[in-house]
Design a protein around this ligand. Structure first.
Ligand SMILES: [Zn+2]
Length: 87
């Protein structure tokens, strides 16, 4: 059993936004245009899967920003990629 040193009142169920919401807002989040920014950050801390999606999206945004065509990794949301690409 893992003991967390988060102090009293700290709970692991800090996921206030669903994974689906996070994926929907992730490109806006990277642009800093999300009202729920702090809630999304809490989600990324608690959800390893969304953290991986965030890191992948960041790389895509950076590469597209550099003008380099990017091969979408397997499992990466195609719709999300298109959304970023068509920006
Ligand atoms: Zn998640």
């Amino acid at each position: 059993m893992v003991k967390l040193n988060g102090g009293p009142g700290y709970q692991m169920n800090v996921i206030e936004v669903s994974c689906l919401e996070v994926w929907r807002e992730i490109s806006n989040y990277l642009d800093g245009e999300v009202d729920a920014e702090s809630r999304m950050e809490a989600h990324f801390k608690a959800c390893a899967h969304c953290k991986a999606v965030l890191d992948g999206t960041r790389n895509v945004v950076k590469l597209i920003g550099d003008g380099i065509e990017y091969q979408v990794p397997e499992g990466f949301s195609k719709r999300l990629y298109d959304k970023i690409k068509n920006k």
